[in-house]
Ligand binder design. Structure first.
Ligand code: S3P
Length: 425
């Protein structure tokens, strides 16, 4: 167990290259496993969640070779040949929910299980639409482990009650292997990496507004390059915005518009933020971001922007403590279903640091211009994003803070501390 002590810093300055996007890395390995060919993935995530996905595709019959630390070759010519699989998803909701969609329409039996946290997370959101397609899934009161008894499925036109990329992707992946046209609509557009990568690999997929249609398709084995993760960049954007006298350049950040809610929020709060050198890699927008500290104002965050910044809300709470005026977050009830109950746990830990924050059923309200006292121990509840958000709070606390079990950052961002240290002046 590694506890971390974080102290106030006078400034953060420099340039960091943001490591690989977790959502896109998961999809690169999953979709490569479906190509029946050989795919090289450049800049695959080193986080534990994506390694869970790599282990799963190995168990499904892919050969995975590391060409170096971050580049991998996936040989999928012998994948999905067995009739029985037992697959460990670790802490990763994306692995469990997307593989359910991949496995349900195949003639095989697969058991998907995970760690204590994943075993508590809701799976009804994917079991219901898969069952409507004719899938057979045994579950523990709609939680993991899931036993998928694969069979031929039927297309559906599903109106998802949630704006969730994991739900949408699960249905699209089931539809990819189902005759006829499968459709999914969602109340607001959630991250669309599945749609973009499936299109890149040649799938018959079409997006119009909040609806995606897919037909049974074979995927072409094309090499994939993964950009940096804006959800990892968010901790640096937050630190650059709130630590006085800072200027940080973040290189190679994914700028897919379904993920850039954090940039919109920072701009609206009055941050000095600039996008440099925008380009496109494998259908995904990428660029560098420059941020420097400035005075900020509190805002209301609700509605369509929520899925575009869902993973950034804990660190947005830390930014909001330094803004002038209240910040109100609404419509984010699904935060309670993440790696931890991110509303309850965030509020509890920020309150320990002396922050005035009020928990609401679907978000929180933070008073602005606060002093973060620190001088205490805080918990991250086995949640990587809470650990990194608390670290950013530590950078502006009056007294150092101790974050217990900080190793949970390795789930998405093992390089986090080294990169943050490199900016300390
Ligand atoms: C993800 C989708 C989001 C996000 C998660 C990764 C994905 O979850 O919070 O970290 O890769 O599809 P939901 O689909 O549950 O909102």
């Amino acid at each position: 167990m590694s506890d971390k002590i974080v102290s106030k810093v006078p400034a953060l300055n420099g340039t960091v290259t943001i490591p690989s996007d977790k959502s896109i890395s998961h999809r690169s390995a999953m979709f490569a496993s479906l190509t029946k060919g050989i795919v090289e993935v450049e800049n695959f995530s080193t986080g534990a969640d994506c390694l869970s996905t790599l282990n799963i595709i190995k168990n499904l019959g892919c050969k995975v070779e590391f060409l170096n630390n971050q580049n991998i070759r996936i040989d999928a010519r012998n994948a999905y040949k067995n009739l029985n699989y037992n697959l460990d998803c670790g802490n990763s909701g994306t692995s469990m929910r997307l593989f359910s969609g991949i496995l349900a329409p195949r003639e095989l039996e697969a058991r998907l299980y995970g760690d204590e946290s994943l075993s508590q997370r809701p799976m009804k959101r994917i079991i219901t639409p898969l069952e409507l397609m004719g899938a057979k899934i045994k579950h523990n009161h709609y939680k993991a482990p899931l036993l998928i008894q694969g069979r031929e499925l039927f297309p559906i036109d599903y109106k998802s009650p949630l704006a969730s990329a994991q739900v949408k992707s699960c249905i699209l992946l089931a539809g990819l292997n189902t005759y006829g046209e499968t459709r999914v609509s969602e109340p607001y557009v959630s991250r669309d990496h599945t749609e973009k990568m499936l299109k890149y690999l040649g799938a018959d997929i079409e997006v119009s507004g909040n609806t995606v249609k897919i037909r049974k398709s074979e995927l072409e084995p094309k090499n994939i390059s993964v950009c940096g993760d804006i959800s990892s960049a968010a901790f640096f954007l937050a630190a650059g915005a709130v630590v006085p006298n800072s200027e940080i350049i973040l290189k190679n950040v994914g700028l897919n518009p379904t993920r850039t809610g954090i940039i919109d929020v920072l701009k609206q709060m009055g941050a000095n933020i600039e996008i440099l050198d925008k380009t496109e890699i494998c259908n995904e927008e990428v660029g560098d971001i420059k941020i420097s500290s400035s005075s900020l104002n509190g805002i209301a965050i609700e509605g369509e922007i929520i899925p575009r910044l869902i993973d950034e809300l804990p660190v947005i709470a830390v930014i909001a403590t330094q803004a002038q005026g209240k910040t109100i977050v609404k419509d984010a009830g699904d935060l309670r279903n993440k790696e931890s109950d991110r509303i309850k746990c965030l509020v509890a830990e920020l309150q320990k640091l002396g922050v005035v924050i009020e928990e609401t059923q679907d978000g929180f309200v933070i008073e602005g211009k606060q002093t973060i006292n620190g001088g205490v121990e805080v918990e991250c509840y086995h949640d990587h994003r809470l650990a990194m958000s608390l670290y950013v709070a530590g950078l502006i606390s009056q007294e150092p803070i101790k974050i217990k079990e900080f190793q949970w950052v390795d789930i998405s961002f093992p390089e986090f501390e080294k990169l943050m240290e490199s900016l300390k002046v």
